[in-house]
Design a protein around this ligand. Sequence first.
Ligand SMILES: *[C@@H]1O[C@H](CO)[C@@H](O)[C@H](O)[C@H]1NC(C)=O
Ligand SMILES: *[C@@H]1O[C@H](CO)[C@@H](O)[C@H](O)[C@H]1NC(C)=O
Ligand SMILES: *[C@@H]1O[C@H](CO)[C@@H](O)[C@H](O)[C@H]1NC(C)=O
Ligand SMILES: *[C@@H]1O[C@H](CO)[C@@H](O)[C@H](O)[C@H]1NC(C)=O
Ligand SMILES: *[C@@H]1O[C@H](CO)[C@@H](O)[C@H](O)[C@H]1NC(C)=O
Length: 390
Amino acid sequence: MARRPCSLLFLLAVLIATTPLAAAQTSCAHRAFTAGSGRVYAACSDLEELNASVHWTHHAGNGTADIAFRLPAAHAAGSWAAWAINPSAVGMIGANALLAYHDPSTGAVSVVTAVIDSYAPLVVADSTTNLTFAVYSRGAEYAGGAYAIHATIQLPGNSTRQNIVWQVGSTSSNGLPDTHQTYGDNVMSSRSWDFSSGNATVVVPKSTEGDNAYEAILRRKNIHGVLNALSWGALFPLGVILARYMRVFPSLDPAWFYLHVACQCSGYVIGAVGWGLGLTLGNKGALYSYHRNIGIALFPLATLQVFALLIRPKKTVKVRFYWNLYHWSVGYTVVILSVLNVFKGIDILQPDQKYKHGYVGVVLVLAMVAFVLEVFTLTVRFKKGGKGSG
Ligand SMILES: *[C@@H]1O[C@H](CO)[C@@H](O)[C@H](O)[C@H]1NC(C)=O
Ligand SMILES: *[C@@H]1O[C@H](CO)[C@@H](O)[C@H](O)[C@H]1NC(C)=O
Ligand SMILES: *[C@@H]1O[C@H](CO)[C@@H](O)[C@H](O)[C@H]1NC(C)=O
Ligand SMILES: *[C@@H]1O[C@H](CO)[C@@H](O)[C@H](O)[C@H]1NC(C)=O
Ligand SMILES: *[C@@H]1O[C@H](CO)[C@@H](O)[C@H](O)[C@H]1NC(C)=O
């Protein structure tokens, strides 16, 4: 009876138990915030664009927040970095920014405030523009190849959810902040951010020059996500469930086999397209490497499964037992890694929460079906008196 290498049910249970439902990202925590500043924040999160991270402490009692952004900028003297809260809109126009750069006259890091009112704003060096919300303190440092810009502010509207924007650019020959790149990460660095939970939603700025690039990349990411959640994240596990439980019933033989093959093959074709699309999204550094490496490992494993089908020995041959062992272990590995990677991808893409909940629902339904069928088929096999199957 114990011929199965492992129990799908058990594995799914482990999977669900180890999958964080809240999008808590803690990988930023290992980095000391800034050298010697002594500032400690209650929470932090890595931001995928521009390798930035946001650190904050929210004081619910008076609606203030201590906020800091860490923004890598390779060339100290020739660069600036900024973060902003935009109380009126998504994107750049209306953003209330704190901008840090190396003052060309002193060489020291200087931080200025500015309300961005155009796509070519004039951020003057001695800017003392008042922001539309109170800024109680502000400062900036440059260390380890990154700017750290911190401030204590009154959250506009006493709301914990704010539109945040961050940006890095180069300075012009006179040392003053110049424009930033208008493609890639530089047009995608914006979120709707909840400073009480760290719950982020990707928001697309409307009608700016850079938006087409932003929307095009976001669209590709979304298609990649949908294709892969459907194939790797749903069809593959469904195909495994079909194979595992339907074949317990002799009357369903060979129907289970064709259903299993149909599921895995369509999953493989859709998954290959989604996988290829994922590769074109490029490597965005450490934050992505986990998702990317699992993804890269998954495709050869799945390919192996499809080709294993072609070389499968006859049921009567003894070597079939080893083929089965191999096929099952690779299959379960693929399913577990796939589901994990879909969750990882959802955390990267940060879509509206309903998509995450939707996928959690799909996994729970599959797990529940597997659980019921596991109990049911165990009972059937038990009644048969251990005649076995497979
Ligand atoms: C807000 O509350 C925090 C903690 O309760 C306190 O440290 C801070 O000084 C207060 N800020 C203002 C502006 O009142
Ligand atoms: C902000 O809202 C919290 C509760 O949501 C309230 O306790 C606090 O007094 C408010 N602060 C201000 C400055 O309005
Ligand atoms: C900025 O705010 C301060 C304090 O509220 C005020 O004294 C100052 O005049 C304001 N500056 C400008 C340029 O409006
Ligand atoms: C995250 O934000 C979205 C959009 O505002 C909201 O619908 C959802 O309930 C939030 N989730 C959590 C866990 O706070
Ligand atoms: C982010 O980090 C990755 C890897 O560490 C690097 O390849 C990439 O150039 C960085 N991007 C920026 C904008 O600094």
